[in-house]
Design a binder for this molecule. Structure first.
Ligand code: FNR
Length: 362
C-alpha cells in the first residue's frame, strides 16, 4: 500500500507489512478459537444508528471529562504491553501522541519503557494499569512509583488471574523483551522461555491468581489514586465493584485475548451501565475501529472508549505520527457521525440514537 491510509483497517495492513510475523501475530491475535476477538468487531456491526435530522450541526463539540480530566474526545489509549516491538520509540511515541491529541494514555505494567521514562517524556495525562503479582510488594511498589510520577489513576486489570491461551504466541515462541517497570524486581528466568510463549511463562510464574474482591481493600489502603477496574462483563460484578468502592469500571474482555467465548463488550455494556446507575463512570474497550463504533458505545452509556490495537497499528506503521493519525482519524470519523446523526455534543448522544437486537423492530 503506497497511498496514505484512510482508516484504521488500512493501518492494520501497514502494520502487517512493517512487522515480523511474531510481533504482528502478538498484536492482532486473540485466545484459542478467537471467537471473542471476532465478536468484538462483529457485534458493533449489528447495531444500527438512528439519526435525527434537521438539527443545527454546524459546530460539533467532542470534548468530555473522565474522572474530572478534560479530554478532546471520548477516546483514550488502552494499556497495551511491549510497544517497543512495534516501534523503537514504543510507549514514548504513544504518550507524545496522547499529549498532542489531548487525551489520556493508560500505560501497561508490561511496558518496554519505564513508567518514569514515560512520565518524563511529555505532559500527557496518564493512568497506570496494574497487574497484581504473587509478590504483592512488587505491585505495591509499582503503585507508589505511579503515584510519585504523576499518574492520575490505577487501572486494575481483573480478567487475568492467568494468561489466556494465545496460540499464535505459543507457536511463534514469542520472545518477551525486557519489561522496564519490573527490572530488578522479577527474576530474569521468566523473561523468556524457549518452549512456548515467553509471555505465558512470565505470567504463570508471577501473576497472583488468588487476588479477589477482598483484596481491593488492600489496594485502596496503599494509594490515594482513584481505582478503575478493567474487565467487568456482568451486572453482578458491576454491582460488586460498586460495593467495594471502585471509582470507575471498564467493560473489557482484554481484546479477546483472555477468556474465549466471553461476550463482545458492546453487547454487555448496557447491562453494566444499567447496574451502575451513574454512580461511577463506565468505560468500554474492544473492537473499536471506527467513529461509528465510538458513537454506538456512547449511545449505550459509555463515558468514553479505549482503543488498543488501533493505536498499536498506527505505532507499528508510522511511529508517533501513526498513533497521532489514528487518533485524529477516529476523532474525525466520530465528528462526522455526530453531525450526520444530529448530535452537537457527546452529551446529546442518547440511547434513542441506536437500535440493538434487544429493541423492538420498527
Ligand atoms: C492488550 N491489553 C492489555 N490490557 C491490560 O490490561 N494490560 C496489558 O498489558 C495489555 N496488553 C495488551 C497487549 C496487546 C498487544 C493488546 C492487543 C491488548 C488489552 C487492552 O488493554 C484492551 O483491553 C484491548 O486491546 C481492547 O481491544 P482492541 O481495541 O484491541 O480491539
Amino acid at each position: 500500500m503506497t497511498e496514505e491510509p484512510v482508516n484504521v483497517n488500512e493501518f492494520r495492513e501497514l502494520a502487517r507489512q512493517a512487522l515480523p510475523k511474531m510481533y504482528y501475530d502478538f498484536y492482532t491475535g486473540g485466545a484459542e478459537d478467537q471467537y471473542t476477538l471476532k465478536e468484538n468487531e462483529e457485534a458493533f456491526r449489528r447495531i444500527i444508528i438512528q439519526p435525527r435530522i434537521l438539527r443545527n450541526v454546524r459546530s460539533i463539540d467532542l470534548s468530555t471529562t473522565v474522572l474530572g480530566y478534560n479530554i478532546s474526545m471520548p477516546v483514550m489509549i488502552a494499556p497495551t504491553s511491549l510497544q517497543k516491538l512495534a516501534n523503537p520509540e514504543g510507549e514514548i511515541a504513544t504518550a507524545r501522541a496522547a499529549s498532542a491529541c489531548n487525551t489520556i494514555m493508560v500505560l501497561s505494567t508490561s511496558s518496554t519503557y519505564s513508567l518514569e521514562e514515560v512520565a518524563a517524556c511529555c505532559d500527557a495525562i496518564r493512568f497506570f494499569q496494574l497487574y497484581v503479582y504473587k509478590r504483592r510488594d512488587i505491585s505495591a511498589k509499582l503503585v507508589q512509583r505511579a503515584e510519585n510520577n504523576g499518574y492520575k489513576a490505577i487501572v486494575l486489570t481483573v480478567d487475568s488471574p492467568r494468561l489466556g491461551r494465545r496460540e499464535a504466541d505459543v507457536k511463534n515462541k514469542l520472545v518477551v523483551p525486557p519489561l522496564k517497570n519490573l527490572e530488578g524486581l522479577l527474576p530474569t528466568k521468566f523473561v523468556s522461555d524457549e518452549k512456548g510463549s515467553g509471555l505465558a511463562a512470565l505470567a504463570s510464574g508471577t501473576l497472583d491468581a488468588s487476588f479477589c474482591w477482598e483484596d481491593i481493600t488492600w489496594l485502596k489502603s496503599i494509594t490515594n489514586l482513584p481505582i478503575l477496574i478493567k474487565g467487568v462483563l456482568t451486572r453482578e460484578d458491576a454491582i460488586k465493584a460498586l460495593e467495594v468502592g471502585v471509582d470507575g469500571m471498564i467493560v473489557s474482555n482484554h481484546g479477546g485475548r483472555q477468556l474465549d467465548y466471553s461476550p463482545a463488550t458492546i453487547s454487555v455494556l448496557e447491562e453494566v451501565v444499567d447496574a451502575v446507575r451513574g454512580k461511577v463512570p463506565v468505560l468500554v474497550d474492544g473492537g473499536i475501529r471506527r467513529g461509528t463504533d465510538i458513537f454506538k458505545a456512547m449511545a449505550l452509556g459509555a463515558q468514553a472508549v479505549l482503543v488498543g490495537r488501533a493505536v498499536v497499528y498506527g505505532l507499528a506503521a508510522k511511529g508517533e505520527k501513526g498513533v497521532n493519525r489514528v487518533l485524529e482519524m477516529l476523532k474525525e470519523e466520530l465528528e462526522l457521525t455526530m453531525a450526520l446523526s444530529g448530535c452537537c455534543s457527546v452529551k446529546e448522544i442518547s440511547r434513542s440514537h441506536v437500535r440493538t437486537k434487544h429493541d423492538q423492530q420498527l
